[in-house]
Write a protein that binds this ligand. Sequence first.
Ligand SMILES: [Zn+2]
Length: 146
Amino acid sequence: MLHWFRSRVRHPLYPSVRATPALSSYGHPTAVSGTFHDLAQAAMRRVEPRRAVFVLQNVGEILLTDAQRDELWEEFQVPVYLLLLDAAGKVCAYECEAHQGLHLTHDATAPHRIPPATEVSLCGCGRPGPRLHYPHPPHPGLAVAG
Ligand SMILES: [Zn+2]
């Protein structure tokens, strides 16, 4: 987990959005990233990201629940994107603006690594490629962070 504090995670679709680790963020950063717990702490310190919140989770963890997502939305009022990290701390799956599952990154789509429960239909964002099943309706009026 220490690598989260050393390197800034970037969303593959929004590489220009630099997310500040939630635990070291203050004021009005462009975006914040961290575990749900880290982000909740940032909210208590009145951190106000301007564009996005990136929730970092490790492969194998129980994914962010609707209630947790709603809590983050109520605290920050910016789009919330889930980023799934592999054992090396690299993003291996991510949410897009359509929130219809987690797009697998190129590295994660090697045939022997594709998990069994993947969606192969075209995503609502128009991007092809397999996705992990994790649908979540976006909050109304919010589409793209970038
Ligand atoms: Zn998509």
